[in-house]
Design a protein around this ligand. Structure first.
Ligand code: URA
Length: 242
């Protein structure tokens, strides 16, 4: 038996607090009857509707995928390109990505069917540490890298401070490999940050997400997260920085 608001939150429809409001507002039905009081518990067999739409309930699952480049971080694509869920065809549950990596970006992407967990990890207030390795055009100067560290003005506002480390430079090819650690998750953020300092990204990989890395995996491989890892991620998202 689980509390009604918890089940609604798990389905990714709303936060628990919002779900409570929805219940009080008479928007939730259990087995066809409107429920207006909090504290009602439901079983797997109960049919729950929110605003007249039945909610899907599945056992929550959590995976880590090494997304190859050339794959869309979505559950389907109109143009028939490969999507991240193609790597989970043998799993009965309908998983989806937590956040996204660009089509051309490879690396660590979490997948789940637990909407509450996904919302928690993606909430900007709790943004988790992400480590990227970028191959960039040209060799950025110390001043340019300092700009990335301090925060840089993009069209959607200043970026939060980042950590930046030069891994290697290739003077002949005029490229550099830079590690950059950010907490935010704006659209194409790393690419836009490097673009802004005049060093476009040629290749991008997410190597770490909080304490999780790609150890032992090849592009296209996925592994299930352990219950302890899931618990740690929840804890991090609620209590701050990784
Ligand atoms: N930043 C980017 O520019 N692209 C990604 O895929 C992730 C972060």
């Amino acid at each position: 038996m689980e509390r009604l608001q918890k089940v609604i939150a798990h389905a990714g429809i709303a936060s628990r607090r919002k779900a409570e409001e929805m219940i009080l507002d008479g928007k939730v039905k259990v087995n066809g009857t409107v429920i207006r009081e909090l504290g009602v518990k439901v079983t797997e067999q109960d049919r729950i509707e929110v605003n007249g739409v039945p909610i899907e309930r599945e056992e929550p699952v959590y995976f880590l995928l090494y997304k190859p480049k050339g794959v869309i971080s979505s559950v389907k694509d109109d143009k028939g390109r490969k999507v991240v869920t193609d790597f989970f065809e043998n799993i009965e549950k309908r998983v989806y990505p937590i956040g996204r990596l660009d089509y051309d970006t490879s690396g660590l992407l979490l997948m789940t069917n637990d909407g509450e967990f996904a919302n928690l990890l993606m909430h900007p207030r709790y943004e988790i540490e992400k480590v990227y390795v970028a191959k960039v055009k040209g060799i950025p100067s110390k001043t340019e890298l300092r700009q990335l560290e301090k925060g840089i003005n993009l069209e959607d506002g200043m970026t939060a401070p980042a950590k930046v480390k030069v891994m290697s430079i290739d003077k002949k090819k005029q490229t550099a490999i830079i590690e950059i650690i950010i907490h935010e998750g704006r659209n194409r953020q790393v690419r836009r940050m490097f673009e802004k300092i005049g060093h476009p990204v040629l290749k991008l990989k997410r190597e770490r997400y909080a304490f999780l890395d790609l150890h032992g995996l090849r592009p296209g491989d996925a592994r299930e997260l352990s219950p302890h890892e899931v618990k740690q991620l929840r804890h991090l998202a609620k209590n701050g920085r990784s």
